[in-house]
Design a protein around this ligand. Sequence first.
Ligand SMILES: Cc1cc2nc3c(=O)[nH]c(=O)nc-3n(C[C@H](O)[C@H](O)[C@H](O)COP(=O)(O)OP(=O)(O)OC[C@H]3O[C@@H](n4cnc5c(N)ncnc54)[C@H](O)[C@@H]3O)c2cc1C
Length: 387
Amino acid sequence: MDFDLSEEQEDFRRAVRDFAEEVIRPRAEEMDRLEEFPLDIAKQMGELGLFGLPFPEEYGGQGADFLTFCIAVEELARIDSSMAITLEAAVGLGATPIFAEGTEDQKQRWLAPMCRGEILGAFGLTEPGGGSDAGATRTTARLEDGEWVINGSKAFITNSGTEISALCVITAVTGDEGEGRKEISAIIVPSGTPGFEVGRSYRKVGWRASDTHELSFNDCRVPEENLLGERGKGFANFLRTLDDGRIAIGALGVGLAQGCLEESVKYATERHAFNRPIAGFQAIQFKIADMKVAVETARLATYKAAWLKDRGRPYKAAASIAKLYASEVAVTSAREALQVHGGYGYMEEFPVARYYRDSKVLEIGEGTNEIQRIVIARDLGLPGTEL
Ligand SMILES: Cc1cc2nc3c(=O)[nH]c(=O)nc-3n(C[C@H](O)[C@H](O)[C@H](O)COP(=O)(O)OP(=O)(O)OC[C@H]3O[C@@H](n4cnc5c(N)ncnc54)[C@H](O)[C@@H]3O)c2cc1C
């Protein structure tokens, strides 16, 4: 067993950390307050090559492994979860389906500019009527004169309405497989296609500088060749995409919890009560020690899942374990970090207030934690876990 990252991975971590410290940290509070997606920062992330990390060089990617991508997400989340989810969703949800299922033409047209950070892709699975029960998709696409005619809507779609959002890959019912089973396919819908409307930004509890919209499709027509992957395999392919995304959400949780730990150590050392730093009280020390234990174990679970994926080994359950555990560690660490800060922790001037708001969604996105527990129980062979 080797717990060391390679020299290349360590250098890369330092480079992303420096970028996050120098470019994102000074802006994080304001971006969150104004609920503005910072296009200039996303462009700089593109110049650093972050959006192409796990994709081959022939498509403009960096050819790095998935663990390296997770390190990037972790380092951004240590400072700001909005930019971390922007990267995670762009790569894990926007580009991965095209890389995994796209034709050579689709990859050249869409994946290459995504890798360079020139455009963002979105992933439209969730609908207003349900996310966990994703097979209950109501959006339809019927083939007519060589075009898909799409009708329906999608909810909570990340990176779907920025100035550089260029497409959304959606799932839609394209037929009936018999015995009440829907045929669900994935279709690429370019932004600006008539009938494809991007709704107003949601007002969110956290991730406020990230871009999230409801989308609607009214007789929206795209060419038949915009089908992504095999007809009828859209749902299965999307579920595979989510396995990768779950590891990266684990990394996001690890980064956020690491940020909470560092902010807590700093504040507890500086803040005095009863003539000593509050870090001198065992009650505070134990909170911080528990945070350290949690963040280290969440990091191990996340890196192990990425390591399994990088070696081509099965990683579905490991991805769910990482996502489930790291998201809960993030929520607990944010709550305890706020407590260490006392009343100031409840004020937005201190980053822990933002971390507290940003943490909760990690237990919801890319499959709720209830769904992760079902995946893990199913992996153990427990009955009644079919969804
Ligand atoms: C900020 C944000 C960004 C997002 N970005 C995207 C995106 O880019 N693309 C995308 O497709 N989606 C996205 N989502 C949607 C997200 O994946 C869903 O919100 C999530 O999957 C849950 O679906 P739901 O909200 O419909 O909740 P529901 O499925 O209605 O669940 C409600 C509650 O019931 C529980 N539940 C449901 N079924 C079961 C069951 N069988 N057993 C036990 N408990 C169950 C859930 O765990 C949850 O607690 C985003 C969500 C948010 C908040």
